[in-house]
Design a binder for this molecule. Structure first.
Ligand SMILES: Cc1cc2nc3c(=O)[nH]c(=O)nc-3n(C[C@H](O)[C@H](O)[C@H](O)COP(=O)(O)OP(=O)(O)OC[C@H]3O[C@@H](n4cnc5c(N)ncnc54)[C@H](O)[C@@H]3O)c2cc1C
Length: 554
């Protein structure tokens, strides 16, 4: 059993949690964060990638719209390396009602969302694949964002300022002394060890799981999990974020992000954030709605589908789930429920994570009697070690330019996403990655067209070279490859989850080629199954129920 003492414990390693951790650390408050998976394991790693201008919410959810408009400008300043300034259009397609336009424009004016109309001809000049039958086009300050990089940058800066980050630590209980929460009990999922964390204050930033954490303290918080499915197209069919100019609905946005274009999303309430599947109708809906924006898009190659769960906070007085606002809510459990020592920060958007973190940290600092002011809107985030991105906003050719600058073509481990050997080695040796899926979140390895077909065995080989498992006493002298094989299997399985619902056409051909590489050429299925100790041991986490339950259909 291990014991950790801290002043503030943050639960949840998504955008909100790391945002709070950085804010606490910059104010000189001793803080630790626990996350049951890797950072961005939750919704932050499974979202649409849109840096909102606010335009989407100007009619129905004005507060969210204003919050997004304010934060959009701040994030452009503090994390340019994580954002691409694609710009955004709201367009009226033949399927949309022009009567929405005056409401949209009035909403933009009321909420401070910057907008101006451009000629259809100009919109089509900039985006030649856009539906030529659109009747109006409005320009906004949308962008696209890399939430993996942003989260890592926040975490790195927090650690630099003295904070602790404990990934693969699942909170299993909260400790209460009378009416005060005084600590948490965690399980270290890699070693199985119990960890007691004593703390003066807890920030519940567990997103769609926040209700489950609150329950551990005997408090009721209703978070309605709203699942959204997205599909990534193999081609970046647009360079601008394009939205339909109409009330938000399924499949009405296409976001160009890195080398792909993402169509999203559905919104389906699910019983539990860990229990959901991706349905065929959701993929079909994305493709058919995408046709309204880019005719012919449904014939392009679909790379993968994935889903995330919105942390929608339901106030007691909202009768209909459809009316739940997309804004965030800070719950002070002392004032609300008579339970001291804990707040919950629920709801919101990725775009508003910093504002949410500021409000949560202001509340904690006030409780602890600390005067220090927020500086996260002023101080730029660091670029994590190993990332090839240089200062300034991201642009599409940036990774290629970096590779060309130092002629590192021969060192590519993942050709699709231009991930070099140096970056994979760094991800492995830094000790932050517990498996190849964590390396993916750090570097984008395996996220391109082959979905891990060519890079996974190279990454597994590097892992084996750099972190050979201790061979059992009777093993042959060439070493023990059990862990690396298990990691390779785990990663392929993770990639496969997103392919099953889109297995047709060229991507099916790709999947078949990958199958031939792994089963016929490498004989992966003939290798001995890893011993149970390797499944649960120091480097493997896949069998743990807290992680393994996700993506199980209801
Ligand atoms: C489909 C979809 C599309 C979206 N698109 C956009 C978009 O384009 N732009 C935008 O701005 N916003 C978007 N959002 C909203 C945005 O993604 C979320 O609001 C945001 O990522 C939530 O971050 P979070 O940190 O609050 O939650 P999360 O990222 O879910 O983090 C919570 C963390 O808590 C951890 N956790 C849970 N239980 C425990 C436990 N017991 N112990 C330890 N850790 C635990 C989880 O593993 C998780 O990592 C989208 C959301 C969805 C669902």
């Amino acid at each position: 059993m291990r014991t950790i003492d801290t002043d503030v414990l943050v639960i949840g390693g998504g955008a909100t949690g790391v945002g709070v951790l950085r804010d606490l650390a910059l104010r000189g408050i001793r803080a630790a964060l626990v996350e049951k998976g890797d950072l961005t394991h939750g919704t932050t790693g499974r979202y649409h990638g849109l840096l909102h201008s606010g335009g989407r919410y100007v009619v129905k959810d004005k507060q969210s719209a204003s919050e997004c408009a304010v934060e959009n400008e701040i994030l452009r300043r503090i994390m340019p390396h994580c954002l691409e300034d694609t710009g955004g259009f709201f367009v009226v397609t033949p399927a949309d009602d022009e009567a929405y336009v005056p409401l949209f424009l009035k909403g933009c004016q009321e909420t401070g969302v910057s907008v101006h109309e451009i000629a259809v001809r100009e919109a089509l000049r900039r985006e030649p694949l856009l539906n030529p039958r659109i009747s109006r086009a409005f320009e906004v300050r949308d962008g696209s964002a890399d939430s993996f990089l942003a989260t890592h940058s926040n975490a790195e800066d927090a650690v630099r300022h003295g904070a602790q980050v404990l990934t693969y630590h699942v909170v299993t209980g909260l400790e209460r002394t009378g009416d005060r929460v005084t600590g948490a009990v965690c399980e270290d999922m890699r070693s199985g060890e119990t960890v007691h964390i004593h703390t003066s204050y807890i920030v519940n930033a567990a997103g769609a799981w926040a209700g489950k954490i609150a329950e551990l303290a005997g408090v009721k918080v209703t978070v309605v999990p709203g699942k959204g499915t997205m599909v990534a197209m193999n081609h970046r069919v647009l360079n601008t974020v394009v939205n339909r100019c109409k009330p938000p609905a399924d499949g009405d946005i296409i976001v160009p992000i890195h080398t792909v274009a993402v169509i999203g999303t559905t919104d389906v309430h699910v019983p539990d954030p860990d229990v959901f599947g991706i349905e065929a109708w959701e993929v079909e809906r994305m493709l058919s709605e995408g046709e309204q924006l880019v005719p012919g898009i449904s014939k392009a190659r679909v790379l993968r589908a994935w889903a995330g769960v919105r942390p929608l906070y339901k106030d007691q007085d909202v009768a209909d789930d459809r009316d739940i606002p997309r804004t965030y809510k800070l719950l002070d459990h002392e004032a609300r429920d008579g339970v001291k020592g804990m707040i919950s920060m629920v709801g919101g958007k990725w775009t508003t994570y910093r504002m949410m973190a500021q409000e949560a940290t202001d509340a904690v600092a006030a409780k602890l009697g600390i005067q220090a002011e927020c500086r996260t809107h002023l101080e730029p985030l660091p670029i994590p070690a190993g990332a090839e991105r240089k200062a300034g906003l991201y642009w599409l050719g940036k990774p290629l330019a970096a590779i060309e600058a130092d002629s590192s073509y021969g060192h590519l481990i993942c050709e699709c996403e231009l991930v070099t050997r140096e970056r994979v080695v760094d991800a492995i040796t830094s000790g932050k990655a517990a498996n190849i899926d964590d390396i993916r979140r750090d570097t984008r390895l395996g996220m391109g067209p082959c979905q891990g077909g060519f890079c996974t065995y190279r990454a597994a080989a590097l892992w084996h070279e750099l972190k050979p498992a201790t061979p059992p006493a009777n093993d042959p002298p060439h070493g023990h490859a059990g862990n690396s094989v298990a990691l390779l299997r785990h990663f392929l399985q993770e990639r496969w989850k997103g392919l099953t619902v889109i297995a047709w056409g060229d991507q099916l051909r790709q999947a078949r080629l990958d199958e031939i590489i792994y089963l016929d050429t490498l004989g992966l299925d003939l290798l001995p199954a890893p011993a149970p100790a390797e499944q649960n041991g120091a480097e493997m986490v896949t069998a743990h129920p807290a992680i393994a339950t996700e993506y199980h259909a209801a």
